[in-house]
Every structure is written in structure tokens, then in C-alpha cells.
Design a protein around this ligand. Structure first.
Ligand code: FES
Ligand SMILES: [Fe+2]
Length: 376
């Protein structure tokens, strides 16, 4: 990748163009986001039959819909007649069907074509052939994950396996009962940075001492630069004086019922490639989903999940939310500060990773394995 030889402490990053080149981004869309499991929506955002949510997955718009039978299904958000986008709203609810605004082809919540003007004049049209195009969907942790591949990769290996690999056991995440939690707060960040800069940032804590004063106060070991993601099964311990995972270290809420003594007073994190970050603390979960929209733009939707009691009781979650909201703002500002430099000649051959960041090299290898290496 680089002609310059590096001392053993340093390994190279990807060259700058991997973060700016629309052609590389297009390859990431087709070979990463359109082939892997992609977390599209929180299931509870679709409470009733007819509730829908659209999400951009790679180059496609995917519609997630709750059916009359209560099940979630996903479809390409495209009318089968002449291709109009079926739902232009990001979310909403229809009564019993989706009607295309162009010539009024109408689809049931299960995607079947149920009506079209002059249908009786087309007796040879097989309605079952002209339903919405189905997309694979799985629910896990209370989220709907979709996959555009004809033959999806194993959900158990790619998605559940990523969490097991990080937390050390398959049951560690179950303890938090994430599927049953309620969304206490959601903040959407429009980040002017390539999605890989955001993943890389999340994977390392070399920056924690510099940009995250509140977080390092709560998790003192982060000041040393080694993130929870560096070790398998390791949770960073709260500082002695810290009572909860809050912006000022004040008390949070009761630990979630399944959380073990070993997990108490600790922060765990996992990256589920390509676009989810999971943060676990005893009384809540911070769940990030990234929607890469362009080489230099990524929308990040972040949910703060609490027990249903906490959310229903109207208790003040602001100090709890504020901690990771600040972390997010601090991280995204750093990513946005790097993005313009990616096209500089100073970064044409990339930068370097120090030992506490070396595991990011494996992420770079994973990306280039999937999309192929770009010409220098
Ligand atoms: S494009 Fe949808 S009905 Fe014609
Ligand atoms: Fe950070």
C-alpha cells in the first residue's frame, strides 16, 4: 500500500481516496451494504398493522411494514408498474394498503398486488407476479434487520456471532433483555464523514483522553487509550466515585433485571459490521445505526433504550442521555475534522495506526477483501 517502510509499532491505514472516491463508495454499497444484514428499524417504531418505515440500504429504499398478522416484512419501496417510489415518507401508517401515487396500483401489507385501475381489462395479468419485491428480514434485539442478497449470509454467524466474538459468550447480550426495552430517547446525527471514519473512531480509544473528558471520568481506564473493544469479553469498570453511567457520574437507574454481578458497573461495546454499534451499561443500552448516504455523508441514528418502567414513569433520563450524546458529538466532530483531509495530498498514502489501534487494520483488511483493493 505504501512504499515507505514503517517501524513495527506502526501499521498503515487505508489511503485517503477510500474515504472520498464515489467509485469506491459504490462498491461498498453493492458489496457490503447490499449483501450483508443491515439494521433498518426498531421493531417498536412499527406498532400497528400498517405501520411502515423506509430506510436507505445501499442504493435501495427498503420499506419495512407491519402486516395484519402482526409480522414485520420488508420490500423494495418501488411500484412494479412503472417504478414510482411507493412511500416517500420516512415513516407513517396506512390503513390496509399502499397505493402508488402515479396510477394507483395498490398493494396489501403483505406486498401482494390487490388492485389496479382497469385490471379487469388485463385478464392475463397474474397479480401474484406483480407484488412488491420481498427483502429478507430478521428480528433480533428488538430491531428489524434486512438483507438484499438473494441468499443472505448466516444471521447467526454474521450478526449474533459478532456480538459473541466481542463479549466472549453468546449469552452475555441476552442478560440485558434488549428486545423488551423502550426507546427513551433517539437522536439523529447528520455526519459529514465517511462511514469508515465513524467505525474506526468507535473501535479505538486512543482519542478518549483528548476528546472525551466526561467519559474518561466515568470510565477511568479509557484515559489509558485502550478501548473495551480491544479485549474480548472485557467491560470497562466505572470509577470508584462513580454512581452511574451519567454525564456527572450521578446515580442512574436500577440495573436491568438480567444483568449479572460481573456485568454490573461495567461498560461493554461491540461493533456489528457494517453499521451497528452496541453499548451496554447496567441500566441502559445505547444502540447506533449508521446509514451511509455518500462517500462523505453518514446519518447516524442513536437510540437510548431503558426498561419500560423507566420510560413509562417519566423519570428524568437527561443526565443519562447527555453522557453519550456528548460522546457522539465529540466523536462526530473529530470524524468531520478528518474527512476534508482525506482528499489532501498529505493523506494520499494514508496515515498510521499506533499499537492500541492495530485492530483497525483488521477492519481495513475486511473492507478491501470485500470490495477489492483500489489502484494507487
Ligand atoms: S408507477 Fe405506480 S401505479 Fe404506475
Ligand atoms: Fe470516541
Amino acid at each position: 500500500m505504501t512504499a515507505v517502510s514503517l517501524p513495527p509499532s506502526l501499521i498503515p491505514t487505508l489511503p485517503g481516496r477510500y474515504y472520498t472516491d464515489p467509485e469506491i463508495f459504490a462498491r461498498e454499497q453493492s458489496r457490503i451494504f447490499e449483501t450483508m444484514w443491515f439494521c433498518a428499524a426498531r421493531s417498536s417504531d412499527l406498532p400497528n398493522p400498517g405501520s411502515f418505515r423506509s430506510a436507505r440500504v445501499g442504493r435501495e429504499s427498503v420499506l419495512v411494514v407491519r402486516g395484519r398478522d402482526g409480522a414485520l416484512r420488508a420490500f423494495l419501496n418501488i411500484c412494479r408498474h412503472r417504478g414510482a417510489t411507493l412511500c416517500t415518507q420516512e415513516s407513517g401508517e396506512v390503513k390496509r394498503a399502499f397505493q402508488c401515487m402515479y396510477h394507483a396500483w395498490t398493494y396489501g401489507l403483505d406486498g401482494k398486488l390487490i388492485a389496479a385501475p382497469n385490471l379487469t381489462k388485463m385478464p392475463d395479468l397474474d397479480r401474484t407476479e406483480y407484488g412488491l419485491v420481498r427483502v429478507h428480514l430478521r428480528e433480533w434485539l428488538g430491531y428489524a434487520w434486512v438483507c438484499l442478497a438473494d441468499e443472505p449470509p448466516s444471521f447467526e454467524t454474521d450478526v449474533m456471532g459478532a456480538v459473541t466474538e466481542r463479549l466472549g459468550t453468546a449469552t452475555a447480550v441476552d442478560a440485558y433483555g434488549i428486545e423488551g426495552l423502550s426507546v427513551g430517547k433517539r437522536i439523529t446525527y447528520d455526519v459529514r464523514a465517511n462511514w469508515k471514519l465513524i467505525v474506526e473512531n468507535f473501535m479505538e480509544c486512543y482519542h478518549c483522553a483528548t476528546i472525551h473528558p466526561e467519559l474518561t471520568e466515568v470510565l477511568p481506564e479509557f484515559a489509558g487509550g485502550y478501548a473495551a473493544q480491544y479485549y474480548v469479553g472485557h467491560g470497562a469498570e466505572f470509577g470508584e466515585e462513580i454512581n452511574g453511567f451519567t454525564v456527572d457520574g450521578s446515580e442512574g437507574f436500577a440495573k436491568l433485571p438480567g444483568v449479572t454481578d460481573e456485568q454490573d458497573r461495567r461498560y461493554y461495546a461491540a461493533t456489528i459490521k457494517p453499521q451497528v454499534f452496541l453499548n451496554l451499561v447496567p441500566d441502559h443500552i445505547i444502540f447506533h445505526r449508521m446509514y451511509p448516504l455518500a462517500a462523505d455523508r453518514t446519518v447516524v441514528e442513536c437510540d437510548w433504550l431503558y426498561s419500560a418502567d423507566v420510560v413509562a414513569s417519566d423519570r428524568d433520563i437527561s443526565r443519562s442521555v447527555e453522557l453519550f450524546h456528548r460522546v457522539n458529538l465529540q466523536d462526530f466532530e473529530a470524524c468531520e475534522r478528518c474527512q476534508p483531509s482525506m482528499s489532501s495530498r498529505a493523506y494520499a498514502r494514508g496515515g498510521v495506526l499506533v499499537p492500541s489501534e492495530h485492530h483497525i487494520g483488521a477492519f481495513h483488511d475486511w473492507v478491501t477483501d470485500r470490495i477489492g483493493r483500489a489502484e494507487q
